[in-house]
Design a protein around this ligand. Structure first.
Ligand SMILES: [Ca+2]
Ligand SMILES: [Ca+2]
Ligand SMILES: [Ca+2]
Ligand SMILES: [Ca+2]
Length: 358
């Protein structure tokens, strides 16, 4: 009986032959490479000679390959007389160390996973082992909290924060231990590579919130600043900007700069009314109450225009027919107010200061 896996030239035992002829010699030969005979020697005895040699393993035996080996031992004396003997050596099974740890049936140490992955299986672990029918336990022996083994699956935890910009690869070591006697363990190193994903920008702000009046055309109002996970450490992405609000045609964007096409006025709309017959709606002069021709045939209406910047307008026109039928309903338009101003693109609020009956 001989145990598998012991290295070549390990001593198995001794072969011995005796010959009654004094001073004879015996030479041992085996016609196989499975065993070898070393250190042959003959010593005289009281009756002839006693010859022996070390029988050694020719190779490391593999029980799973061959559970026994047979060979013929030939002992030949100096006169060519031979003694032949068939010998069978039983090989005993031993627990072999697993030879490989596979991920998804591949013998590869590199795994790639997208950043931001959570709660996902990276691959199924399996083992190659000379022994058949064994079961295995997998453990991560050195690693990161982002990865764990569940049964035979290598997984990303649900709390993982795989961030390509932060850390683009991890090295972990996975052990597999069989259930043989004694148990045997194999270790595999894995490099987990994190692949980049284009992540949405997470913030956009303008580095200024107010614009002074009377800015020149093409004045640069401010610069847009974007926060994007892909640019966490190095600026690898650029951005384009678009104004979505159609009511801000006086602004435009160039590169990441917000610019003012016209003067930079704030446009504020406010309606003030203070008289019983007329009011203003925007830049319209509106009838407020019933007008009676017999009672009163014309009205002088004084209007004050106020813009929202420092330079005062210098004139107001009321444009239109400038007459209105009596008994006009509330809301009838008398005319449109027009303000003369040194600045274009202004809006005005109008206030009725008084009515003089004609
Ligand atoms: Ca074995
Ligand atoms: Ca084994
Ligand atoms: Ca990214
Ligand atoms: Ca991005």
């Amino acid at each position: 009986m001989w145990t598998e896996n012991l290295p070549a030239l390990t001593s198995i035992g001794r072969v011995i032959a005796t010959d009654e002829d004094n001073e004879d010699t015996v030479d041992f030969v085996v016609l196989t490479n499975d065993v070898v005979i070393k250190n042959q020697q003959c010593i005289p005895t009281t009756k002839g000679v006693r010859c022996s040699g070390d029988l050694r393993a020719g190779v490391a035996y593999d029980f799973e390959e061959m559970s026994q080996i047979s060979f013929e031992l030939i002992a030949t004396d100096s006169k060519g007389v031979q003694l032949r003997k068939n010998i069978t050596l039983m090989i005993v099974d031993a627990n072999d160390i697993p030879t490989a740890l596979l991920l998804n049936n591949k013998n590869s140490s590199a795994v790639t996973v997208q950043e931001n992955t959570r709660d996902q299986t990276l691959g199924v672990l399996s083992v190659t082992d000379r022994d058949k029918g064994q079961s295995y336990i997998f453990t991560i022996v050195e690693g990161y909290s982002a990865f764990y083994v569940s049964g035979n699956e290598l997984r990303v935890t649900s709390a993982a924060n795989l961030d390509f910009e932060e850390q683009s690869f991890y090295t972990i070591y996975v052990n597999v231990t069989d259930n043989g006697v004694p148990t045997q363990t194999f270790q595999q190193r894995y490099e987990i590579r994190i692949s980049d994903v284009n992540e949405a920008p997470t913030g956009l702000h303008l580095n200024i919130s107010e614009v002074p009046e009377n800015t020149k055309p093409n004045h640069c109002i401010g610069e847009f600043m974007v926060t994007d996970p892909d640019n966490k450490f190095t600026k690898q992405q650029a951005f384009t900007f678009k104004l979505l609000d159609a009511n801000v045609s006086q602004f435009y964007i160039e590169s990441n700069l917000l610019k003012d096409e016209d003067v930079g006025d704030k446009h504020k709309y406010q309606i003030l009314t203070n008289w019983e017959f007329f009011t203003t709606v925007g830049n319209k002069l509106i009838v407020k109450a019933g007008l009676d021709y017999e009672t009163k045939r014309s009205y002088n209406v004084t209007v004050r225009s106020t813009d929202n910047i420092n330079e005062a307008p210098f004139g107001i026109d009321l444009r239109g027919k400038l007459s209105v039928k009596e008994n006009s309903p509330e809301g009838a338009v008398v005319g449109t107010l027009f303000t003369h101003d040194s600045e274009d693109y202004q809006t005005y609020t109008y206030t009725i200061l008084g009515v003089q009956y004609g």
